[in-house]
Design a protein around this ligand. Structure first.
Ligand code: NAD
Ligand code: MLT
Length: 312
């Protein structure tokens, strides 16, 4: 019997690749163009992606042999799960494997904004010693507003309590018990969180409801000099509103890992020194990539071997 064929379309840890190579015919085609993928997908039983490959009707129609799509990571907003399920294609992801890394990047961005790390770095490398122009803010005793108290939001709560922050969270989909378990004050609505938070960090999925969740009105309602962090998904923060919030000085700093358009090479937001962007690197640590690579390879292997798969 011929072996199942697997195509890996985006960067994945070698340990995961090896796990698959031990059982299947694997084509490692990292960075394959869309055109090429559409041309070749009919030949494969499994497809592995991260967040850049759109697995939609266009691709699924051509994927006549496909049994499983493995999303090496958490968010599945690049995959049309409904369309895949209708075609009998399993969609699997690895929601836990990179949560700590994403959370830690959020903390790094929060602190970089609070202490102007990116401007200080740029100044010194430009030959300046502008020590007196920097006056940061402490995290201690400040209120951190967490939007979405799921896996990453709750990791954030636990960690930032150790910094002496007061934590308030808004998440209409979880029980009161979860708020108390993490020692977090529950905001009954988003406005309540916006009004009291010195720092705001977003940890929701991107859904119809969360797109533009932070826009002009919401930024208006925030405290002056707020620091805003988004390592969740692009478009949850409206970028025009963010521009205005930075321009008008309402927002002290914004640490943003995820963008309305990815990849992104230019943006009006780049005029602000206190806008600190990173190129969607929340999960880019050796630990997370190893965890994710092995976990998704195992899921895909289970799917092809007829074992149980935890579906996304
Ligand atoms: P999760 O599903 O564990 O938690 C999300 C939480 O958001 C849930 O508790 C849910 O109830 C809540 N939520 C949903 N809609 C909401 C709304 N309208 N208002 C308030 N809360 C709402 O997800 P997670 O694993 O914590 O991931 C959070 C986000 O981080 C996702 O968007 C994920 O794709 C993203 N992520 C990004 C990176 C990165 O590289 N930057 C890495 C991992 C995850
Ligand atoms: C995720 O959802 O897991 C992150 O966006 C990171 C990734 O895609 O690798």
């Amino acid at each position: 019997m011929s072996k199942f064929k697997v195509i890996i379309a985006e960067k994945m840890d070698i340990r995961g690749i090896e796990l698959l190579q031990n059982q299947f015919d694997v084509d490692v085609c990292i960075g394959i163009s869309r055109e090429e993928l559409l041309k070749r997908i009919h030949d494969y039983d499994a497809l592995l992606v991260r967040s850049a490959t759109q697995v939609n009707d266009e691709l699924l129609e051509k994927a006549t042999k496909l049994r499983i799509v493995g999303r090496a990571g958490n968010g599945t907003d690049n995959i049309d799960i409904h369309a895949a399920t209708k075609k009998g294609v399993i969609v699997a992801n690895t929601p836990e494997s990179n949560s700590i890394s994403a959370c830690e990047l959020g903390i790094a961005l929060m602190m970089a904004c609070a202490r102007d790390v990116s401007v200080a770095d740029k100044d010194m490398k430009a030959g300046k010693w502008s020590r007196n122009s920097f006056e940061g803010v402490e995290l201690y005793n400040k209120t951190l507003g967490i939007i979405g108290l799921g896996r990453i939001g709750s990791l954030m709560a636990t960690r930032m309590k150790a910094f002496g922050m007061k934590i308030v969270a808004y998440d209409p989909y979880i029980s009161d018990e979860r708020f108390s378990r993490f020692g977090v004050k529950k905001a009954e609505n988003l406005d309540d969180l916006l009004k009291v938070s010195d720092f705001i960090t977003i940890h929701t999925p991107r859904t119809e409801e969360t797109i533009d969740m932070i826009s002009f009105d919401e930024i208006d309602k925030m405290k002056d000099n707020v620091i805003l962090v988004n390592v969740a998904r692009g478009k949850i923060v409206n970028e025009d509103a963010l521009y205005q919030g930075l321009k008008g000085g309402k927002i002290r700093g914004a640490g943003i890992d995820v963008h309305a358009v990815e990849p992104r090479y230019e943006s009006p937001l780049y005029e602000f020194d206190n806008f600190i962007p990173t190129p969607h690197i929340g999960a880019n640590t050796s630990e997370a990539q190893e965890n994710v690579g092995i976990a998704i390879a195992q899921q895909v292997s289970n799917g092809l071997n007829g074992e149980i798969v935890e579906t996304a």
